[in-house]
Design a protein around this ligand. Sequence first.
Ligand code: PLP
Length: 396
Amino acid sequence: MSFQNPVFIPGPTNIPERLRKACDMPTIDHRSPLFGQILHPARAGVQAVLKSETAEVFIFPSTGTGGWETALTNTLSAGDGVLAARNGMFSHRWIDMCQRHGLAVEVVETPWGEGLPADRYEEILTADTEHRIKAVLATHNETATGVRSDIAAVRRALDKAGHPALLFVDGVSSIGSMDFRFDDWGVDVAVTGSQKGFMLPAGLAIVGFSPKAMEATRTGTLPRTFFDVHDMARGYANSAYPYTPAVGLMNGLNEACGMLLDEGLENVFARHHRIAEGVRAAVRAWGLDLCAASPDVYSDTVSAIRTPEGFNATDIVTHAASKYGVAFGVGLGEVAGKVFRIGHLGSLTDVMTLSGIATAEMCMADLGLDVPLGSGVAAAQAYFRSHSAASVLKAA
Ligand SMILES: *Cc1c(COP(=O)(O)O)cnc(C)c1O
């Protein structure tokens, strides 16, 4: 694998030079006031990226998976009902975590490639007149299938059913790349990590808790120690941690929020949309289909691309790594071998994206697929030429 090439996996994403430098710092005493100068702006930056005035932001040395656990263990008790749809590997893993914690999960099986079924959520919540369901899980962007779900619709389902359950949203592969509205959507816990939209190395679980979720922490009795938000909040009150923080990463997070907010969140989202549209133009030119069932669920951060029947999609990923030193994502779970994934989130430009499309083409041609060299590149070029960053911004 060449370090000169960008990666096209949907996380960890490419780390901009500015963030590598921010993470590379000498040891400081994390109990000195200096640490507060990193901690407080990083938390405020995350709150702004979440588009929230009220979210209480907690940052753990962990990954997105630890963020899931933070959401569950701080607010729920063994036996509590949880409503979740399974439409890909990440929603599946969060459901599995709930089950291992002794939560009673009502799983709505959903075809991989489709979005969360808000209408089914509404029916189930309406029928739950005793309010056994304490939390509704929603994976905003299913990274395994390249499907973005409508979180506002899930909120409407809760409201129409008049149901008081908490709304937990996995935004690991959407936050900082696609529009995410913590306050407008009435999100109670948002979960993400450092290595996707924030363009940093893996190592931080980043969560936002609403006042209602903070209230639920008083009654939830699942065991929690490392991920206890009250221990964390007590630490923050003294500009400190209950244990040793990942100082360099937090300095990087502070800088990453600065980069996103300087570019402007709407510009960041428009850039991701433009790049994703370029990739989708290439996929169409190749004559291949996306795993995502319809345009309304297309993800702007990752495309899962179906390969023809009888062809092992994972071969493209293996071949790209060994012959060209470029990383694409493999298919996971139910779609293993059936799709390969192009991650297009984080620190990425049109020009970098063209190199990934060109590499995918070489691999498919090498492996005998009927994909003419240059077909996808030309389609993406045409899209990028007619949708420059400036014209997208003017239209927005
Ligand atoms: C990457 C990812 C996760 C898991 O995060 P880790 O940082 O690998 O623990 C969870 N959910 C989604 C949607 C993801 O893309």
